[in-house]
Every structure is written in structure tokens, then in C-alpha cells.
Design a protein around this ligand. Sequence first.
Ligand code: PEP
Ligand code: MG
Length: 571
Amino acid sequence: MIQIKGIAASQGISFAKAYFFNNPKLEVLEKKIVNTSEELLKLDSAIELSRRELKLIKEKTSEMIGNDKANIFEAHLLILEDEEYIETVKTDIISKEINAEYALKETSDMFIHMFESMNNKYMKERASDIKDVSKRIIAHLLGVSLPNPSLINEKVIIVANDLTPSQVAQLNHKYIKGFVTNIGGKNSHSSIISRQLGIPAVVGTNNITSIIKNGDFLIVDGTTGIVEINPNNEILKKYKEKKEILKKEKENLYKLSLLKTETADNKKIILSSNIGTLKDLQEVKKNGSEGIGLYRTEFLYMTKGELPTEEEQFNIYKQILLNMKNKSVVVRTLDIGGDKRVPYLGYPNEMNPFLGCRAIRLCLKEKNIFKTQLRALIRASIYGKLCIMFPMISTLTELREAKKIFEEQKIILKKKGYKIAENIEIGVMIEVPSAAILSDFFSKEVDFISIGTNDLIQYTMAADRMNENVSYLYQPYNPAVFRLIDFIIKSAHNENKWVGICGEMASDPIAIPILVGMGIDELSMTSTSILKVRKHIKKLKFSEMKNLSKKILMCRTSDEVISVVEKEIIK
Ligand code: PEP
Ligand code: MG
């Protein structure tokens, strides 16, 4: 019976067995072999096991997230059939009299190096396929098993050093009841997606993988960040009761789903949803959301192994707009880089990925990818109320260039005879301090502003949102952050533009009274937070919150901000 405390990343309580999701170390040493025919048989059998496994993974992936995404495993299966690859391994075993795993590793490394050095994205992509496939065969040769979350068919809690955003996006929440990781922060994209999927999660525990054994019974409390390992009956009972209370609270909140959001003195605020996939629309409806304030389009690019076509994107954007009828849908153009890597684009690893070629920077380099997305969006615009925003803008020059490309694509499509909505709104995400400081100028050149506080906090505080060692500096309530937000809201309102917040701060109970007092027009969040926030706002008075926000601007530290809010709100 041990208790571990980490960072509460996604609310909810779950109980299940631990499932280790750590890639084992595959140590391959060269050995001299006398009986090469036996070694060839070993290789054939490892290839056959890999083939069966890949077929099953392909089938499961296709059931869970569709054929497109399962195609990546078809590519892996084809590598197993590649005669040049397999024959080279076999020839090496015979001629050099070496063990199968060493021969396979040498041949794979040669092909990987060859494909990686080609100046062609498709070929670079093949290199990463060979890496994956060779790892699988070597694991079978060494008799170790690789974790395969798509093959899990019983309820488990995943325990891992880390999970990437695309791994989390593909978790099947029928079986995966929660996850716990060594590293990570509350606002990493993996944590954000877990909240969207409603999977309880605790991250940043530092060393959970060295404490838990595969199969241990776990309780994950994503509300407090506590993980109980092999709890006794008394603890188990306590958590079961807590889970029941949370369920009742949630049911009561549904009564608010048809209401508009306004303060006690009738100041209206729009509460919108952040979504990442079409599936998220269910929760949007269920929780009485008033629009989509952030559609993170990058998951279209991350789960498939290749770029989505214009047609594929058009169909998805169209469905979302039709679903939302006359409510606004704010689509963010591609924001990859940082913690969201897309290996098939062939970009090298960066020393500081969050300060590197990310989001709009990448789109302005890879203009064809950007143009394709914009054309798909423009074509879909006639099906609803479309707003497009550009992420991680640092300069007005970037904004102007992005807008110019958007206008050019509009002209191209018009010439081709496409109908286009007249009222597409163009906005900027303010996430970088340089843009925040110049937000008075930015406000003149856009229709709206959306403040991405997740990044604005990390760049203002110079504290990586993924790094638990500096999480004490990742301070949403630091007065420096609130001064920037206040200036952005004033700047937008001076130009009669609306301004929203789409970072996690939008659903933070301490930040909400301050943001309301500053005059925020829209708050966009995970759908499941909307009703709780609506209830919170209904109790606030705008007139009082205005005074509160003035006090906050005179605070010196994060702790001071918290105590002022607590004193004023809880009284
Ligand atoms: C943000 O930075 O606040 C934001 C909404 O974007 P993301 O979390 O996807 O970086
Ligand atoms: Mg961001």
C-alpha cells in the first residue's frame, strides 16, 4: 500500500490494473554462429510473429480510429515482404556467420541511413517505418514483448515514462481507464487531450515506473494527482464514495446545459469548446456549449502517417460547421512542432522545439501544406460560421503574410467557381509576449483575438510547460501574465474586436473572476468544464469583478493574486 503524488492532469477517479507502456531496451550484440540454418529459422519465425501482430494491430486500429490511420501498419507489413531487405539479412547471416538480430540491425541501419539522407519526405517516412518494423522483429528475436495499447482488451491504467500527444489521442477509452507518467506538465498536449477524452490522468510523478509493477492494482485520482498502489479495502471504499459524489455533481450540472452564460448582473460571456477531433462534438452538444472556440487541427496530421488531402480536410471542416449550425467555429491552422512531432515531415530534432520551427513558422516555410489547409477551410466556409486563426504569431509581418496567402487562396478558389462565405473572420492567437505587447497594433489588422494562455504563460515565464522541474515557475496567476492579458483585452476592445481565451486558464476557477472583470468576451475550454464554469460565472457580479481585476493588476506575486481572489470571492 503506497501513495504517490504527481500533477493532477485530468479529472476523474479510476481503478484498474497497471499496464506498463515502456519500450524495453533492445540490446543487440554481435555473436558468431555455427548453425546458420537454425538462425535463419529463428529469423523466419520472428518475421511471422511480427506479421501476425501487425495484422492484428492494423485491424484494431481500423476499428477504433478508421482505415486511414490503420494504413501505416499496412506499410509496415509491406516491409516484411520486401525481398531486398530480408534477403540482405539472410545473406549476412550465412556469409558472415552472425546472429540474426545483429544481421537484421546492421541491414536496417543501412536502409534507414540511406532513406534518411534522401531529400524526399516520402523516403524519410520509409526510414521511420523501417525503424519501427526492425524493432518489432528484434524484440521477437530477443524474446521480449513491445507494448501495444491497441491490443489491450481488459481494463487497465497505463504506466509510462511519458506518452506523446498522438499516443494519447489513440488510446481506446473502453479499456484504458487512466494513465500515470513520470514526466509531463498539466498543460502539455498529452494532458490536454486526456481531459478532452475524459481519461483520468496523473503526470510528472518523477519515478512511478520504478515503483509500480506490471499488474499492481491502482487508483488514479486525476483531481488531486494522487495514485494509490495496491490500496486496502478502506481506501478503496473512500475512493468509490468520492467517485459517486463526482458523478452526482455532474448530473446536477446538466440542468444548466440549455442556459446562456451570464453573471448575476447580466453580463453575457460566451462559453465555447476546445475540440481536437469530430468525436469531440458529442460532448460539445451534451454540455450546452455556445460554439467552438478552438479546433486543434493538428490531430488530422498526426495520427495518419501522411498529410491529409484538401478533400479529406474539407469534408471534416464541413461536418463540424454543419453540426454547429449558426454558432461560431474557430479553426486554428496547423500548430505542429513543440511537443507535437510529425516524423513524416522529416524535420530534424531541435534543441529547443518550443522555441523552434513551430505552428505558423512551419506553415510559412511549408507553404503548400498551409495553402492546402486554407483552401479546404475556405471551401467549407459556406456551411456555417467560420473563423480562422493563426497560432504562435510573433510579428505583424507573419500575420500579414498569413493573411496574404489566405486572400490569394480565396481568389484562386473563386476563379475556379467555388462559393465562399463573405463573412469568414480572421483572428490571431496571442501566445508570444512580443505579440501581446503589440496587441494594440494587432487588433487593427484582425477580426478577433484569441489568447493562448498555455503558451503565453510558458513564454512569459520562460518555463517549459512540459517540464515538471520548472512547473513551480509555470505560473498562470503571475501578475505579469494578467497585465499582458488586461492589455490585450483593452487593445481589442479599443478596436471593437472580440477577444477570447482558449488556453486552460479559461476554465480555471481562480482566473475566471479576474478575466470576467477584465471584460473577456469568450472563454473556450474542454466541453466537460463548461457547465461548472457557467455555474461559477452565474454567481459573480461583473461590477465587483471589475474592481477585483484592478486590484490584481497591482499584485506583485502569484500567491498575492490567489489570496486576493480567495478573499473577494469566498468572503
Ligand atoms: C495555448 O497555447 O493556450 C493554446 C490554446 O494552444 P495549445 O495548448 O494547443 O498550444
Ligand atoms: Mg498554444
